[in-house]
Design a protein around this ligand. Sequence first.
Ligand code: UDP
Ligand code: MG
Length: 308
Amino acid sequence: MSKKISIVIPVYNEAGNLKIILHAIKKVFESMPYDFSIIFVNDGSQDETLNIIKKLSEENNEVGYISFSRNFGHQNALKAGFDSSNADAVISMDGDMQHSPTVIPELINLWENGNDIVYTIRKDHKELPMLKRTTSNLFYKIMNQLSSIELERGTADFRLLDKKVVNVLRDIKEYDLFWRGMVKWLGFKQISIEYSPAERASGKSKYTIKKMLELALRGITSFSTKPLSIAIYIGFLSSLISILYIPYALVSYFYGHVISGWASIIVTIAFFGGLQLMILGIIGIYLGKLFMQSKNRPHYIVNESKLT
Ligand code: UDP
Ligand code: MG
């Protein structure tokens, strides 16, 4: 019996891309001796995505789907795909053709050679928008500085996972999911390959600046508690500076220089006010994560599904 590979594709308003990606994947598997299935995870799309998926699923028995009750986000959609798979390996990829299906044979080859996780790294591309490139590079720099895991620049949610890895992921109960970091953290035998991102086949990016920022913040705070200790260092530093200020204040007092000092006081108050709010905010983020985690809500809610 041939091995089974399932391909998990989260889609959010990708009506124009579904057919294209299905055909591209089918073509790739034509020349390979594997059973494959595609699981489209419809993440609360508002366009025709679900109807098209249903139609494709009727016409192709390789196509299954999971449809959420609303938008739960890309990372949770991936979780749904992992949860429902019973294949020997799972490949996750975007539904917009930026993760080219032609890379799939290479992923499978490396898996057959004994690797449990084959992940991909995006080659920096001139066509990638400048803003995306610089913000993404900045994110990986901060992430690696702060956390104990080492993430390569441009790691994407385009990877192959062996069945035993997927079994582990299924049991992960962490509320704030950040698969890139999680997969790195898991261990197992990992290998990376580079790929060139293609242009989006149709539509535009679903990752708004806000969603990207959220993902970045989630990544950093899920794998590091270092931001929490920032307060200690800044606190020490400012106390030290204030100690140096004491002799100056005493001397001025005894020699009768009256310090006018309004501007310096206002500036200091404003500066430390801002700093304290910022640090409170950092503590707040971690507290919020604890709060959400303690509620133990599911990562997603399925409205309907059909699995192959
Ligand atoms: N996506 C999703 N839910 C969301 C946002 C995005 O399922 O809330 C899907 C989207 O349809 C695509 C993949 O995640 O298949 C990556 O999104 P996108 O291509 O918009 O991100 P980018 O490539 O611009 O980083
Ligand atoms: Mg994309």
